[in-house]
Ligand binder design. Structure first.
Ligand code: PGA
Length: 248
């Protein structure tokens, strides 16, 4: 089953109002390249302004709380993101799992909150370098999936992002064979966990995706798009990745 590719940019804790100008050409290309989905996930404070500036582009968030409201100082709920115009949210990114000690159960609760709010959840999984060297990458990813994939929602509302932690921001990538192998396992594990719905769930690769490697990565079997960090901060680089996704 060929799924519509999704190219999602994760700005992390970068960007400001002036940088939203980068979105103009991305939105224009997203409209022109109707065969793929494109999203940018800026920091919370820029979501509403981004939606107002480029209504044609999907804007997402990088996290949320799993409760709809309440005494959680400093947190933002999925409902609040939806009201701000966000259409998707990244959950369980390795930086959040590491810096904020997010558990699989919390990631699942967040993903279910995002889906209940009418948005798409991008659930991130991925192994450390030590785990890969120990031959445990597949086992770690399967465990993360079993603990953090939401039980709710239609296939389009769930996206899985495979992001080997050692490839994030380093310029180092797994081999094409390794990516193909682990994405096949992710599809098989999703089928065990979610049933036939798994065939419609997109699996993104993330970690050092750039204009030079995007075409090769995006043509690997079971790679249904990319989650892009650093290269999403520069429209020219991101546009190349979008172009690679829309070819073939
Ligand atoms: P990178 O980040 O593209 O800068 O490696 C990817 C991510 O963390 O989502």
């Amino acid at each position: 089953m060929t799924l519509r590719k999704l190219v999602a940019g994760n700005w992390k804790m970068n960007g400001n109002l002036a940088q939203l100008a980068q979105l103009d050409s991305i939105a224009e290309a997203a409209t022109a390249r109707a065969g793929i989905d494109t999203a940018i996930c800026p920091p919370f404070t820029l979501i509403a302004a981004a939606v107002a500036r480029v209504p044609a582009l999907m804007i997402g968030a990088q996290d949320c709380h799993f409760e709809p409201k309440g005494a959680h100082t400093g947190c933002i709920s999925a409902l609040m993101l939806h009201e701000a115009g966000a259409r998707l949210a990244i959950l369980g990114h390795s930086e959040r799992r590491a810096d904020h000690h997010e558990s699989d159960a919390e990631v699942r609760a967040k993903a279910e909150a995002v889906i209940a709010a009418g948005m798409t959840a991008i659930v991130c999984v991925g192994e450390t370098e030590a785990e890969r060297l120990a031959g445990r990458a597949i086992e770690v990813v399967e465990r993360q999936m079993a603990g953090s994939l939401p039980a709710t929602g239609s296939p389009e509302t769930l996206v899985i992002a495979y992001e080997p932690i050692w490839a994030i921001g380093t310029g180092r990538l797994p081999s094409v064979d390794d990516i193909e192998e682990i994405h096949a396992h992710i599809r098989a594990t999703a089928t065990i966990l979610l049933g036939s719905k798994a065939a419609g769930v997109r699996i993104l690769y993330g970690g050092s995706v750039n204009p030079g490697n995007a075409a090769e990565l995006l043509h690997i079997r079971n790679v249904d798009g990319a989650l892009v960090g650093g290269a999403s901060l520069h429209a020219t680089e991101f546009l190349h990745i979008m172009m690679a996704a829309s070819q073939g």
